[in-house]
Each structure stands twice: as structure tokens, then as C-alpha cells.
Design a protein around this ligand. Structure first.
Ligand code: FES
Length: 128
């Protein structure tokens, strides 16, 4: 990659922290715990020494609410659905540190429903 086309951040992750009304049929990432997962991701990335060239930001609704909590990581544009701190640990260790994809959490462009189970959460009405 030439110097001119190198991305500003080596890794730029956006975690949806959008919160919708509890009765919204699509649910929302924040209602399923994305804010806590975002905080944990930032903490784990820092603990892994991933400071320079790595940025983790909040995102508003990424319009994949049914799959949430979701994040997208650039420059590859890799989407993950995550439910737990263990999922975040795997994203940090595998994607952020090794540069490999976490296949079991991967969301494909055509995915409309999760292929891995979502954790039940208080306030989550999308699975009821
Ligand atoms: S609320 Fe997270 S993608 Fe819509």
C-alpha cells in the first residue's frame, strides 16, 4: 500500500451504541448491552497494547439492528455480531492482534438473522 493510500488508522472499529424505545420491534444494540461491550473492547485493546493506529468509536444505528450488538472494523469492512466479553476477547486476540477474521462472529452482507445465538438480555424485545 502506498503512503498516499494508507489509512489514517490501521484499525478503526465502530461499535453501534444506538438505543431505541423498548417496544421497537427491531430492538437495538444498546438494549442488548453494546455500550458495556464497547467499553470492554476499549479496555482490552489498551491492555493488548493496541494504542497507536487503533481507534474504537461509538456509532449510531448501522441499520443491522436485528443482528446486534454489531460492530464494523475498517479498513476491511468486517462486520461482527457479539454478545459477550468472551466474544470481545476473541475479536481482540484474533482480529486486532493477529489480523485474522473471527469466522464464528462474522456477519455476511446477506445476513438478516444471527447464525449464532444471541444472549437473552433484559429489555431486549427482539426475540420475544
Ligand atoms: S441499533 Fe445497532 S445497528 Fe441499529
Amino acid at each position: 500500500m502506498s503512503e498516499e493510500s494508507a489509512p489514517y488508522y490501521r484499525i478503526h472499529a465502530f461499535v453501534c451504541t444506538n438505543q431505541r424505545d423498548a417496544d421497537d420491534p427491531r430492538g437495538s444494540c444498546a438494549a442488548r448491552g453494546s455500550t458495556e461491550l464497547r467499553d470492554y473492547l476499549k479496555k482490552k485493546a489498551k491492555m493488548a497494547g493496541l494504542l497507536k493506529g487503533v481507534r474504537i468509536n461509538n456509532a449510531g444505528c448501522l441499520d443491522r439492528c436485528e443482528l446486534g450488538p454489531v460492530m464494523v472494523i475498517y479498513p476491511e469492512g468486517t462486520w461482527y455480531g457479539m454478545d459477550s466479553k468472551e466474544d470481545i476477547d476473541e475479536v481482540v486476540e484474533t482480529h486486532l492482534v493477529k489480523g485474522e477474521t473471527v469466522e464464528r462472529l462474522l456477519l455476511k452482507p446477506e445476513d438478516r438473522q444471527r447464525t449464532h445465538p444471541m444472549r437473552d438480555r433484559a429489555g431486549d424485545h427482539s426475540n420475544t
